[in-house]
Structures are given as structure tokens and as C-alpha cells.
Design a binder for this molecule. Sequence first.
Ligand code: PLP
Length: 349
Amino acid sequence: MAGVSLQTLAHRHGLQERDFAKLDSNENPLGASPLALQALAETVQDPSVYPDTDSSALVDRLAELLGVDADWIVVGAGSESLLSVTVTTLLAAGRKTAYSQYSFVAYANAVQRAGSVSIVVPEPDFMVDLAALRDTLAQQPALIYIANPGNPTGTCVAPQALQEFLHAVPRDIVVLLDEAYFEFMPPSLRPDAMALVRALPNLIVTRTFSKAYGLAGLRIGYAIAQPVLASMLRRVRALFTVTQAAQIAALAALSDQPFLHKTIAHNEGAKQLLLAGLRALDLPCLESHTNFVLAKVGDGAAVAKRLEQQGLLVRPVGLYGLPQWVRIGIGTQAQIERLLHAMRQVLRE
Ligand SMILES: *Cc1c(COP(=O)(O)O)cnc(C)c1O
């Protein structure tokens, strides 16, 4: 449950912390990249010294991997912080932003803090409706947000349609493309984000080390944009928020291709297991291209609560206007089996 520690939950339900399956925050069930852990253990960090505010070593490596100059990359304390910085930079009070109905709640929160006006486009079939988003251009939003794949839906848009949409947006409107789950997308569905950023001076793409790389607790992510936009984000970003430990771990994680491949292969297999199990219980689920599945269970909050009592944490999504659904992280095989077993019981009650 958001904001409640495992310790508190364990106490509440008479369980041990180790009994909990955390399937509520889209974390990596395989843990962190071993190379990242090794680098953290081996690098001597002096906590009395400020971190490199520009994350230079990491930025240089990302630039090399992505084939752009270093001034196209901005590192932040989690990609969520970069969403916030983008909102702060571009959305003064009263300015407008357009986004899809089931968009990541952290974005909507940042917009609310900025006092700007939201143009929310309906998502009747749980997919970002690019045509409807295009219709909002007439209202001149300053910023458009698209998470691809989306959270909590897990769905993504066709790459060709996304490319056409992005090219149709006037250059004075910035588009923030959130690719937090990019690594989990099948290659055929991945837009060529780098080609898009090179072509479009008004595009910001964000990615994170929290999901596929298993570093959620260290808080580190990055944005890619052309230098004018990137330098704007860099100026607004708070100094020293990305710790040295996060920089060291992220740099090592980037070179841990075996861990990344293992994570993706595990996720694919476990996703099929979870989907098959949920469908066998007659629960509608969305096709997911992430490390979670959105399933329609009836009273989402009540089901989540019953599962929590058994040490299984899933995310109710009433906050997103989906009270009948829960978002379930794709855990280990053992966790999924436990979840399906418990779900069967809960639904029978
Ligand atoms: C998890 C998530 C993020 C960001 O996570 P950070 O840990 O802040 O990098 C961003 N966008 C979406 C859609 C997410 O689900």
C-alpha cells in the first residue's frame, strides 16, 4: 500500500516482512542488477562530499549508447523528478496541458501543483487516443504528456501513429514522452525515440533505472532532448539531488546487459503465467507491454485489502477512476502462483 511500510503492514496482519509479495509498485522481482550492487560495494564513497551535480560519467555513457552529444541528456532523481521539472519549467499557472485519461498520477499531481489547466482526453478502450489528443492542439496546450506504455493500463500506441502524431504537433508545443517501461516493449512496438528526438526540437523523452534495472530505491532516471530544451531542464533541476551512489549504480547497471535480458525474459514468461491464471478465473485483463497487468476484479479496493491480509500487495486504482480494477506487478513465479491461489479464494467469498 502506498506510503505504508512493510513493517507496519506486517504488524497489522500478524505476518513477517519477508512474507510479503510486493506487487504494488512495478519493481523488479529479480532485485537490482548484480553489477550495480558490486559497483556500489566496491566504490569508496565519501558521504561528506557533494555528488557530481551533472552526473557526468553517467551522462557521457548514455550519450555514447544513444548516439547523441552529452548536452542532450539530463539526469534526475527518478524520472518522476524530470516530469516535475518539465511541468515547473513549461507550465505557469493558467497554462494548459493535455494528456490521456489514465495517465500516470504523478504527472497529474505535478500539474496540479503548478496550478495549470488539464485537458484530459478520454480513453474508452484503455489506449491513448492520439486523434483525440491531436484535437486538443486547437486549445493550444503548452505541454502534452504521453506515457508509452501507459501506467496503469500497460498498453502502448502503434509506433507509426505516434510518429505521425509527434510530427503534427506545432513546434511551440512541447511533448513529454514517458518511456519508463521502454525496455519491456517488444522491439516491433518501440518507437524510434532517438530518431524522433533528433527530428523534433519540442520533444522530451524520459526513461528510468527504477523498473527494468531494479534501482527504484536509489532514485535515478534521465531525459533526452535537444540542447535548448535539455539546458532548460538542467537549469530548473535542483542541485545535488542525484546521489553519488545512484550515479555509480546506474552506470554499472547500463553495462549489465545479461541482467537486463534476464529481467525481460523472466517478465515475458511470468506475464503469460499471470495472464493465463487471471483469465482462468474469468477476470478481464489488458494486454500489457510492461511489468504489470491491469485486471478487472470487481471491487478493486476490497480485493486488494483481502489480498493484503495474506501478504500480497497489489495496487487498487480507484484514484485513476478505475474502481473495479487492480494493477498487479509481475512478480516471481512463486509470487504469481501465490497470488492466483489467493485470488481464487477471495473471489469465492
Ligand atoms: C514508475 C514510473 C515512472 C518513474 O519512475 P521513477 O522511479 O521516478 O523513475 C515514470 N512514469 C511512469 C509511467 C511510471 O510508471
